[in-house]
Write a protein that binds this ligand. Structure first.
Ligand code: SF4
Length: 328
């Protein structure tokens, strides 16, 4: 089946004073219809820039290149900015940690929802308002007519998040990119928003690329996962496989850093991976994780290969599968 999104060898480079910051280094991703694909990694690993690169929303001085960047049959690399604007909000939409990134404080919720709809669909203002109210109901907002007349600052954080989701899904996109959508919310609202996204996904057959640093969120809602480190995907596969038997030492380190209820002493410091991420300015010699890796050896001075395990599982490391498996 053709994936909803195919990304091959995506690069994002940003000129900085000290040289060329290679923030995204050859990322491959395939996202299928109806699935949630988690993209995880520490801050600065390139997750958000990967998303912005797909959306064509990078800062002006950033440069994007890729071997393939396709949304269904549409070649995103061939689109100019105007054509990309038509695609954004229609076939692909993005939501952020902070809803005010998407919502304009100066306009009512109704004005913003109807403008989004009328930009992409030929509908009258009355019809657009009708559909906006329906969508607010669909995302669990009561009294939608009242909410349409309100400004974003009159809503709670959880409601603003729901409005942002409603705006993203108004045109029924094929793909939703969600960048840390629940990080700023308390645990109860976080659970509600994740449940809502799962319900909408089932109803609309939506594919979701879920960017998060929270492995427990991925474990709860995603079917597949890609782990990013220093601008590269270092491991990818079905969530159940990757989390049960992480092959890449970085994935193992990330998982070991997650506190396990009942096994962590109260007040004990949260687990971390020792060492620091290498500078992303210029080339990195050999494996980018080398300085932090407990399994590093001489071969790691060379760029590690992407190894396949089965049909759908890959990891970038010199350790062969049987050794990686034994260490999992
Ligand atoms: Fe560790 Fe070497 Fe594998 Fe890199 S290639 S993750 S340094 S074992």
């Amino acid at each position: 089946m053709t994936p909803v999104l195919r990304v091959e060898a995506l690069q994002v480079e940003i000129p900085v004073k000290t040289g060329l910051l290679r923030a995204v280094r050859g990322v491959d991703l395939d996202i299928r219809a109806g699935e949630t694909h988690g993209l995880v990694g520490e801050s600065g690993s390139g997750k958000s820039l990967t998303a912005l690169g797909i959306m064509g929303l990078l800062p002006a001085r950033a440069r994007r290149s890729a071997a393939q960047l396709r949304l269904g049959a549409v070649d995103l690399l061939a689109l100019d900015e105007r054509a990309m604007e038509d695609v954004r909000g229609d076939r692909v939409a993005m939501i952020f940690q902070e809803p005010m990134t998407s919502l304009n404080p100066a306009f009512t919720v109704g004005a913003q929802l109807t403008e989004t709809l009328r930009r992409h669909r030929k509908v009258s203002r009355g019809e657009a308002l009708e559909r906006a109210a329906e969508m607010l109901t669909r995302v669990g907002i009561s009294s939608p007519r009242t909410r349409l007349a309100q400004y974003p600052h009159q809503l709670s954080g959880g409601l603003r998040q729901r409005v942002m989701i409603a705006m993203a899904l108004l045109c029924e996109p094929k793909l939703l990119i969600a960048d840390e959508p629940t990080t700023a919310l308390d645990v109860t609202v976080q659970a509600q928003i994740l449940r809502l996204l799962a319900e909408l996904q089932r109803a609309m057959g939506l594919a979701i690329l879920l960017i998060t640093h929270d492995l427990s969120v991925v474990a709860r809602v995603a079917q597949r996962v890609s782990v990013m480190y220093a601008g590269e995907v270092v491991e990818t596969g079905a969530v159940a496989d990757v989390f049960a038997r992480p092959a890449h030492p970085y994935t193992r380190g990330l998982m070991a850093a997650v506190p396990v209820p009942g096994k962590v002493r109260r007040g004990a410091p949260l687990g971390t991976i020792a060492g620091v991420v290498p500078s992303l300015v210029g080339e990195i010699d050999g494996c980018a994780f080398r300085a932090r890796c407990p399994s590093a050896h001489d071969a790691c001075l060379r760029l590690p290969p992407m190894r396949s395990v089965g049909d759908d599982r890959r990891y970038r490391c010199h350790l062969p599968p049987e050794v990686a498996e034994a260490r999992a």
